[in-house]
Design a protein around this ligand. Structure first.
Ligand code: SF4
Length: 696
């Protein structure tokens, strides 16, 4: 890190990494094109971080002026040709004419778009508008498809809205935390520190995770219970927790009868022997006595909160598991006040916002189904054209349709699907089957290898807009540096729509937020003016909640009564056998972020220059593997090689790696198995074999 001297001024903005959404004061020198960031200082009045930050937000901003940044639009005829720099006008024409020609020959449904959870709400909103109004279909999806789409589905079904229940400050009132499928120390560091602080004050934590993560035991922190459940057994586990609580009479009968529906059916279901800790022990791998003790602790509270991550959602029963967590919270009356609730820890800075903004093929902004005539009428009236009432294609459907020959053109904003999505060989086949792939990004990423048009995007330091963090908090993102490409990202999208025959323009990003507020009741009270004057606000912000909503479902659920839904455990079809006897699960590390496009271009790369495979000593010994050996990791769909790290953090039979480096390409081995409700990939369960790689 090079600190450049004294700043001359500062700009308040928001971190571009994880869903904690820390506020920063960017301190800069110079003006205009000579502006340089001197340092990023965490804001003491940041609603999410209160003056704290982590190694990503504080130091890893250098990628914004990295030499790899592409600053000019580029085109090429085939993916084997060299890129050719062109004017914005030529690039936009190429996109618009190409998409229109595909639609003329193959129908309006032959093209679609993918929006980014790293872009602002305003940028995402205009992408879904372009797809719906200019493409004239609902083939819009978001990279949330591959992370938290089951959260959207599960919490909507049970509570009535697709968002976490609490603000981060709620943890200060929590007595018992149930942490499942998340490693906040690495993935959400500032909130992880806040959890630790509360634990040091006397709260207790139950960690359900296949790995012995930091919050199981670290200085001054010792989990009351570590339940190392086998990957793929989440629903059996949560049912066993609920079974214990119900059959031991620890549930909150008053809360259930006054606040919930579906109670009797659920109680009958969960009390069945098949859901007991003893009957599920073979699936979960957890000692029944330990599980019962954990269930009693959670039920005793008095304030118990659930925190979870992608270890819950990225499974074939991801949506079922989210509903199981909601059931557990309702069963014990742990919803609707401080210190409790169901809290998804969102991976990307704006994954909440990208979902809120209507990036799903079945939902308009605010999670309203495209089939609802009264909702469509709002947009038809404002946008001046009829909208398609049928849901469009999800990302995996787009890939399948491309290989099948009916989907020919794709616009991708800020998402590297050729590195982050599962079964990469399938993704690559889909991309090479298309006639026009348009990538809008900072860098020529893996997906750009299959693109015909590259549109340079802007970094967070050049953006004007808002990000929405995991606690539904809209934070302002303000331009610290002048745009290095000459265009805002929302302007590029408007230009494409206009060139395709649907005129779209806004004077500035604030006007886009005004349109969002005018059309979406949840955001009715929001504007840049208010956010600038009052600081961040948590949605809903409207006449009913004029100052925002730190805690949801107080008094009643958004859907009226909370809905208990029986959650039948269905084992994944991704099972081990003699050829693939180990289970691979994947995750993140502190210094890197997702596919690493940003952090790999900063000094953080020196701390974690490659993805490694963690393996238990017993599994390593029988294979003759030692730390540092190069090993081959194979699944039913692919093979990659990486170095081994023999570690007691793993349990026997389970191996682990991260996916930050394209050279490893961990997703070469992950399969297309996915959540039954949302198609979120089952990244967390892949049957694999590991062996020492052949030299050379
Ligand atoms: Fe950025 Fe997340 Fe770190 Fe905060 S905790 S500084 S939002 S990466």
């Amino acid at each position: 890190v090079i600190e450049l001297g004294m700043p001359t001024r500062s700009v308040d903005t928001t971190c571009a990494y994880c869903g904690v959404g820390c506020s920063f004061r960017a301190e800069v020198q110079g003006t205009g094109d000579e502006t340089r960031v001197v340092r990023m200082m965490p804001s003491k009045d940041g609603g999410a971080n209160e003056g704290h930050s982590c190694v990503k937000g504080r130091f890893a901003y250098g990628y914004t002026n990295h030499r790899d940044r592409q600053l000019e639009p580029m085109v090429r005829d085939t993916i084997d040709d060299e890129w050719r720099s062109v004017s914005w006008a030529e690039a936009i024409d190429r996109v618009a004419l190409g998409f229109k020609e595909i639609q003329r020959r193959h129908g309006v449904g032959a093209i679609g778009g993918i929006s980014s959870s790293r872009c602002t709400n305003e940028e995402v909103y205009v992408v879904q508008k372009m797809v719906r109004a200019a493409f004239r279909n609902n083939n819009i999806d978001t990279c949330a498809r591959v992370c938290h789409s089951p959260t959207g589905y599960g919490l909507n079904q049970t509570f009535g809205t697709s968002a976490g229940t609490q603000d981060f400050s709620s943890v200060e009132h929590c007595d018992v935390m149930l942490l499942i499928g998340a490693n906040p120390t690495d993935a959400h560091p500032v909130f992880g520190s806040r959890m630790k602080r509360r634990l040091r004050e006397g709260a207790q934590i139950i960690v359900a995770d296949p790995r012995r993560i930091d919050l199981v035991r670290s200085p001054h922190v010792e989990a009351a219970h570590h339940l190392p459940l086998l990957p793929g057994s989440n629903v059996a586990f949560i049912n066993a927790m609920a079974h214990t609580i119900v059959t031991e009479g620890l549930h909150d009968e008053g809360f259930l009868r006054s606040r919930c529906e579906g109670v009797d059916d659920y109680l009958e279901f969960i009390a069945r022997d098949e859901n007991s800790p003893e009957e599920t022990a073979q699936a979960t791998g957890i000692d029944p006595a330990e599980l019962r003790a954990a269930a009693r602790l959670y039920a005793a509270g008095p304030n118990s909160a659930i925190y979870y991550g992608l270890g819950v959602t990225e499974h074939s029963q991801g949506s079922t598991m989210v509903m199981g967590l909601a059931n557990l919270a309702m069963l014990t009356g742990n919803v609707g006040r401080e210190g409790v609730g169901v809290n998804p820890l969102r991976g990307q800075n704006n994954v909440q916002g990208s979902c809120d903004m209507g990036s799903f093929p079945h939902e308009l902004p605010g999670y309203r189904h495209v089939g609802l005539d009264d909702v469509r009428a709002i947009y038809e009236s404002l946008w001046g054209l009829p909208l398609d009432p049928e849901p469009g294609l999800r990302i995996p459907n787009m890939f399948d349709a491309a290989i099948g020959g009916s989907f020919k053109g794709l616009y991708v904003q800020g998402e590297d699907i050729a590195q982050s999505d599962p079964n990469l060989n399938h993704v690559r086949e889909a991309l090479t089957s298309m006639e026009l792939v348009v990538v809008q990004d900072l860098f020529l990423n893996e997906t750009a290898k299959y693109a015909h048009v590259f549109l340079p995007g802007t970094s967070f330091l050049e953006k004007d807009g808002t990000f929405t963090n995991a606690e539904r908090r809209l934070n302002r993102v303000r331009p610290v540096l002048p745009s290095r490409t000459g265009k805002d990202e929302w302007e590029i999208v408007c230009d494409i729509a206009t060139a395709m025959g649907y005129p779209m323009s806004y004077p500035d990003a604030a006007a886009i937020m005004d349109e969002i507020a005018a059309t979406t009741p949840t955001f009715a009270g929001l504007s840049f003016q208010r956010l600038d004057a009052e600081g961040s606000l948590q949605w809903p912000v409207n006449d009913q909640s004029p100052h925002g909503t730190p805690t949801m479902h107080v008094g009643q659920f958004v859907r009226g009564k909370g809905k208990l839904i029986p959650t039948v455990f269905v084992p994944t079809t991704e099972t081990t056998n003699r050829r693939f006897p180990l289970i691979l699960t994947t995750g993140r590390i502190l210094t890197q972020y997702n596919v690493g496009a940003q952090t790999r271009r900063t000094a953080n790369e020196t701390w974690h220059p490659e993805d490694v495979l963690e393996i238990h000593p017993a599994d390593a010994e029988v294979r003759g593997i030692r730390t540092g050996d190069r090993v081959e990791l194979s699944s039913r769909v692919g093979t990659t090689t990486l170095h081994a790290l023999v570690s007691e953090r793993m349990q026997p039979g389970v191996v682990y790696t991260t996916f930050h480096h394209p050279v490893t390409g961990a997703n070469v081995v992950t399969t297309e198995n996915s959540d039954w409700a949302t198609n979120c990939p089952e990244y967390k369960v892949t049957a694999v074999q590991v062996g020492v790689a052949n030299a050379g």
